[in-house]
Design a protein around this ligand. Structure first.
Ligand code: NAP
Length: 498
């Protein structure tokens, strides 16, 4: 196990079964069961993680609750210092973590390394922002409200919620985990992570970086197992004081079951890209290919439907097709642009959308091609509202184009969606862009660029079925704290003297 270096501690047996992290220690579950992680490229078991039991979850929650009390009393600058240390360790170990991302979720090699570095930067940024946001409070006086004398001084500060449960999705198992972990910890909460099964081993490596940084036991924990098996027990656990979830419709079900606790839900999207007649079509085509096909379309903010004015549609489609022809298709180890999608069932789902569009008369700009989980990039032109792909999120390298007669039609399609994550507009007319942006019911609108979550400190939120609350550094820290007031009552108005 020597070749695993510092990560040997997280291995349970042989080369491919990993422990879970509880009470500051790496442990093997008493269930005696493990969950396989299938490599999307080879479609063989790559790793295994522990199938944690309900008793083990109870233990983790208890230790998280106990640890949180003293963690909240740890000076803010010390909490920040530990986060900076974890960030540095994470970045130092980007290679082995990126290798896990390549094997578990078929992320292209360069993007995998970028995810780890970006995550380290996000942890550091949270530490810096946290000391400022949490270092300030408010001071209010009573006589600003009608009928009151100046007899009360109110001091407010932000205090932690307690135990935060973080559940990220497979597509950014490190970055979307730290986007929850760092704000929770800087704010004085303890954190329990339930990583996605595909991506769990990358996440366990990341957690080990926090362990190596020296966080007190119980402040951060990580339980593994299938969401369908331990998910309800975790999300309905009475020890949880806040849930930060990123994923698909599962989040809607969790919102219905969770108790009276703050929820941060970052869910799916069907990001529309509206292209007007005066748009820079080279820029639009490049953005559509990058936005729609990076990581094989498996991004919440991927361009998921193109709404282009009929008069420029032929030119745009031609430009997009030229660029699609240049994308490399193959294994993530070779850093190909298009790599296998995460599971066979995802590939089957994508195929079902493609076949539905075929049956209903969409124009195939390329031949549909699939080998195992690998699907070649495909642009579907002349998509109509009766086709499922006009509304559903394929989460794969397949993009529908709908031709529109005017901007209102584009806005109407965007707003008729259940989702409302992001959208984008391509035009040279900034006034028109602003009007369309105002009319689009999405959490963010990008003007002259594809939708994107980053930079990671920007607020990021979805409307409708795309989520509750806002993510981003400041918004997450605020969401993971509550206001505590102390009121000083004076016997006589403060202006009575002198
Ligand atoms: P998912 O199937 O909803 O899974 C997300 C997480 O939920 C995983 O960790 C999963 O664990 C867990 N889970 C499953 N069942 C659960 C349950 N009953 N209770 C609690 N947790 C449970 O989503 P995904 O396939 O990983 O990710 C793709 C989706 O995420 C897409 O819809 C995408 O748009 C969305 N997404 C949104 C954002 C955003 O910020 N808005 C960002 C990225 C992705 P297991 O893996 O063990 O099942």
């Amino acid at each position: 196990m020597e070749e695993h270096g510092v990560f040997a501690a997280i291995l349970a047996s042989g080369d491919n079964t990993f422990k879970y992290y509880s009470e500051g220690e790496w442990k093997v579950s008493t269930s005696g069961k493990s969950v396989p992680i299938i490599n999307p490229t080879t479609r063989k078991t790559q790793f295994k993680v522990q199938a944690c039991t309900q008793e083990e979850v109870n233990k983790v929650m208890e230790s998280a609750k106990n640890a949180q009390k003293s963690w909240a009393k740890t000076p803010l600058w010390k909490r920040a210092e530990l986060l900076h240390k974890a960030a540095a360790i994470l970045k130092d170990h980007k290679k082995p973590i990126a290798e896990c991302l390549v094997k578990e979720i078929a992320k292209p090699a360069k993007d995998a390394a970028t995810e780890v570095v970006r995550s380290g930067d996000l942890v550091s940024y949270c530490a810096e922002e946290g000391v400022r946001i949490l270092g300030e409070g408010k001071f209010l006086v009573s006589d600003s409200f009608p009928g009151n004398e100046r007899t009360k001084y109110c001091l407010t500060s932000k205090v932690p919620l307690g135990v935060v449960l973080a559940i990220p999705p497979f597509n950014y198992p490190v970055n979307l985990a730290v986007s929850k972990i760092a704000p929770a910890l800087i704010a004085g909460n303890s954190l329990v992570l339930k990583p996605p099964t595909q991506g769990a081993v990358s996440a366990l490596h990341m957690v080990h970086c926090f362990h190596l940084a020296g966080f007190p036991k119980g402040v951060i924990s990580c339980v593994t197992g299938k969401g369908s098996e331990i998910g309800d027990f975790l999300t309905m656990h009475p020890g949880v004081n806040c849930i930060s979830f990123t994923g698909g419709d599962t989040g809607i079900a969790i919102s219905r079951k969770a108790g009276m606790i703050p929820l941060q839900m970052e869910l799916g999207g069907k990001d529309a890209c509206i292209i007007l007649e005066d748009a820079d079509l080279d820029l639009a085509a490049a953005s559509i290919v990058k936005g729609g096909f990076s990581y094989s379309g498996q991004r919440c903010t991927a361009v998921k439907v193109v709404l282009v004015m009929e008069s420029i549609a032929d030119t745009l489609v031609k430009k997009v097709n030229e660029k699609l022809g240049k994308l490399t298709v193959g294994p993530p180890e070779n850093d190909c642009d298009i790599t296998p999608v995460v599971t066979e069932s995802s590939a089957n789902f994508i195929e079902s959308l493609v076949m539905d569009a075929k049956k209903k008369g969409a124009t195939f700009c390329q031949e549909y091609k699939r080998e195992g989980n690998l699907i070649w990039p495909l642009l579907l032109d002349n998509v109509k509202p009766e086709m499922r792909i006009a509304w559903e999120e394929p989460f794969g390298p397949v993009l529908p184009v709908i031709r529109i007669g005017n901007a209102e039609e584009g806005i109407h399609h965007c707003n008729a969606s259940n989702f409302g994550l992001q959208g984008c507009i391509f035009t040279k007319d900034i006034n028109k862009a602003m009007l369309i942006s105002d009319a689009m019911e999405t959490g963010t609108v990008q003007i002259n660029s594809a939708p994107a979550r980053g930079p990671d400190h920007f607020p990021f939120q979805g409307l409708k079925d795309s989520g509750i609350g806002s993510q981003g550094v400041a918004s997450s820290i605020n969401m993971m704290t509550k206001i505590k007031s102390t009121v000083i009552n004076l016997p006589t108005p403060s202006y009575a003297m002198g």
